[in-house]
Design a protein. Structure first.
Length: 409
């Protein structure tokens, strides 16, 4: 494809301020075309993780040489690397989302493990990197084939997310644990853990200063007792215990995302009493579902909790099963404090008339509404929102019949 533009347009493209475009790559030819175009200086974020495009060494080299402004990259990388390939990433990356795959189930495990070690060594040279997300779609025996120590060389690294195939809990050696604990620059860490692994990570004495912790998909009492050892501000957890008293021992907590994965009934009232005592909370995400031992909170219960959270700015309610009304949104300080609201995939669909309670949220700037009401929102009603919500900048709405819903994420 040949594009013909005027010289004035080309000159303007080269001289204008970068536009920070987000793009996806579909094939190597398209990638080469972008890298050879004046438009390349406007690309800030590139996603080719699902297309396996930039995983080829020549594509990565093109990105490194011709996209100096690239700050975020999502890419799948096939291991083992071909012989003689020099792995390279754009030097200015601030966020790298890397999917590590085993392409051939290589018999040469030594070569494969060496490739994985090479990946960490090269990533350790990205001096501007602030966020690293690694997904290991590799055989379990590869888990011992790398070292976290190269990440120690990244002074700006603040966010580290490690995900293993199938959500598995990794088999980390004592050496791995020591290397992770030595990453004193980290502020956010996410990895699926169990009680023994969390105990090894948090063993005293330590100098960890993690403010955000994810991967607590099966939080039990023994794990919850360890959390006050960190200055946590954000916790994302699924409870495998009947209460959430641990949140009252986290004085710095400002963001809580909570749901239940319990096999036994939970004490929902006790959970919401504990959450209501975290008066410093600015963000709350509540996950419910159709299972027998979910939170199943009612409108009265959530209302009694939210009215005690004067600083709440962001609220997300997902998969509600027993909410009868949205009247709690108009209570307490929510009309003055709430700026973001997400209501998603209610299994207890509400009448459209309940939308008028949202009209009280005069400071609302972001509103996401998905599969909440028993009928689709009329366009005229959606158009009226700006009259009631003068600060609303982003409104996203979708709906489908309840018998078409097949998942509550």
């Amino acid at each position: 494809m040949v594009s013909v533009v005027s010289r004035d347009w080309r000159a303007a493209t080269m001289s204008m301020a970068p536009l920070d475009w987000r793009m996806r790559a579909f094939d190597p030819a398209r990638m080469a075309q972008i890298c050879g175009s004046p438009l390349r200086r406007h690309v800030d974020t590139l996603d080719c993780c699902n297309d396996n495009v930039a995983a080829r060494s020549e594509c990565l080299q093109l990105l490194s040489q011709h996209m100096p402004r690239l700050r975020e990259l999502s890419v799948a990388l096939q291991l083992p690397l071909p012989p003689g390939v020099a792995l390279e990433f754009p030097a200015g990356l601030r966020t790298l989302d890397l999917l590590l795959q085993n392409e051939f189930c290589a018999e040469d495990e030594v070569s494969a493990c060496a490739s994985l070690a090479d990946v960490f060594a090269v990533v350790g040279g990205l001096a501007q990197l602030e966020e690293l997300l690694l997904f290991f779609d590799l055989p379990p025996e590869w888990e011992s084939a790398f070292s976290f120590s190269p990440l120690k060389r990244l002074p700006r690294l603040r966010f580290l997310t490690l995900t293993f195939s199938g959500g598995a809990i990794p088999r980390l050696s004592d050496k791995h644990i020591a290397e992770l604990r030595a990453l004193e620059q980290l502020e956010s860490f996410s990895m699926a853990v169990d009680a023994p692994l969390l105990g090894r990570l948090f063993a005293e004495p330590h100098s960890l200063r993690w403010r955000e912790l994810g991967g607590l998909w099966r939080l039990i009492e023994d794990m919850a007792q360890l959390l006050p050892r960190l200055p946590l501000r954000t916790v994302d957890a699924r409870l495998v215990m009947p209460h959430a008293d641990f949140v009252m021992q986290l004085p710095h907590l400002t963001a809580l995302r909570i749901g239940s994965a319990n096999r036994e009934p939970v004490d929902t009232e006790r959970i919401f009493q504990a959450v209501g005592k975290c008066t410093q909370l600015r963000e709350l995400k509540l996950q419910d579902g159709i299972g027998g031992n979910e939170l199943h909170f009612t409108s009265a219960l959530i209302g009694a909790c939210l009215v005690r959270l004067p600083n709440l700015q962001r609220l997300v309610i997902h998969g509600a099963t027993k909410l009868e009304t949205l009247s709690f949104l108009a209570q307490g300080s929510l009309p003055q404090s709430l700026t973001e609201l997400g209501l998603r995939d209610f299994s207890q669909r509400l009448p459209l008339a309940e939308l008028h309670h949202v009209h009280q949220l005069r400071e609302l700037r972001l509103f996401i509404l998905r599969n909440v009401f028993d009928a689709p929102l009329p366009q005229s009603t959606a158009d009226e929102l700006s009259r009631f919500l003068p600060r609303l900048a982003h409104f996203v709405c979708s709906w489908r019949k309840q018998d078409e819903d097949d998942t509550f994420l």
